[in-house]
Ligand binder design. Sequence first.
Ligand code: TMP
Length: 212
Amino acid sequence: MPKGIFITLEGPDGSGKSTQVENIRAYFVSNGREVVVSREPGGTSISEKLRSIVLDNANAEMDDVTEMLIYAAARAQHVAEKIRPALERGAVVVCDRFVDSSIAYQGFGRNLGDQVSEVNRYATGGLEPDVTFFMDLDPEIGRARIGKDVRDRLEQQKLDFHYRVYDGYKALCDKYPERIVRIDASKTIDEIKGDIYSKLETLETLETLETL
Ligand code: TMP
């Protein structure tokens, strides 16, 4: 049985993650692998309910710590019910956002700091992605891609919040150079796909070497 692979995508809102999630799915399906695609917050029935609470524009009074804990609670359920079982049966799990989002948005954006990593280590039982693609795009460009009328509670935040989030991501790239692959998200969709596929090829070669 192949080893499970856990891949996450991160980046500012509007950086084109969902398109690339589908390209990664196609890559592994054509190699005959079981692929589980998911997203955060969400991915299970309970986590999707928590998603609607945390992103609801009507919840303007939500406290920052409450927000951070809802993301972590949604994640705990997602890991326990969906991600861990899939990895254990050898699937490739491709997830749109994971713990790095909480570190960037709540840790840096909301200034909650290191507590965010600790809470999330507990929520995930220490599960970490094998590879993370960081879709590097200026937050102002990302934000302009999302129409004003459809912005959720987080996307509504002022630009300085989004720049703090972006700084958070850059700090994560420096801290985890082995895990996080920076992708220039200002390139065309096809160029980005090419950059991601070359990394996936290296990953598969490494996997094959490990099983020899
Ligand atoms: P999405 O639009 O990529 O589905 O993500 C929903 C929003 O939630 C997005 O603005 C980023 C934010 N978010 C956090 O603030 N913390 C988290 O832990 C996650 C997963 C998302």
